[in-house]
Design a protein around this ligand. Sequence first.
Ligand SMILES: [Zn+2]
Ligand SMILES: [Zn+2]
Length: 244
Amino acid sequence: MKTKKFKTIFINFIYIFGLVITGCSEDPGIVPIYDDKGRLQVQMDSEKCKTYQLEELIKRFKKRGFVNFRISYLQDVYLGIFVKENEIDSISINGETSFKNNSFVDEKSVVFISIHSKKGGYEYITNSVNGYLPIMYQPHELDGKDKIEAGNCLKQLGFVNISYYPIQDCWNDGSSNFNKTDSFQVNYTPDFREYSFFQIDSVIRINYHTVKGEYCTNGLNHEYIKNNNDNSFTCSTCGKTLYI
Ligand SMILES: [Zn+2]
Ligand SMILES: [Zn+2]
């Protein structure tokens, strides 16, 4: 009888404790706050952020009006001895690791989160704000990737105007860097940060290594289609016309 009572109390305790946690995670009453310049109030403290689990952290930032996230999975959890899976390693807003409840930032800002994990890789959550998206990658971050794969990375973020520029410096198609990316540009410049913002139809140019030849802006060869009137052919992608 006594044991049973203890059990009941214990269960009640867990129940109440559980309620407290749930109440906390619901984060009541929080809405995005903007200043008169349209900047977003962070409403989070950089130190306190690290105490949350990933999902909870993202949920909290979203509730405060943030829409862009880049999550790096560090792949550093082996036995769970030194670090625990899903624990936050570091967090920054646009590269700034120190922020306070009353800090104000651009509403398009990117929240960068790196997390202890078994798996590796990155996750991107992007939403355009007034037609603008964060570029999320540094100019050389896609280096070494297959050109089309690199282009797809940027397409997946929501950018729509991706083109490819051939650097014709490979001896042959067996060269180790054949078709691999060597930096990319946005609006004709490599001068940007991973949290820089661009309009979704900005000109993005993937530079890639290939052999000598004539290449289309789609990263492949021109695909010429014969015109009706004369002996001319026009590429269906870039519009380049060839006369024979
Ligand atoms: Zn490079
Ligand atoms: Zn073409």
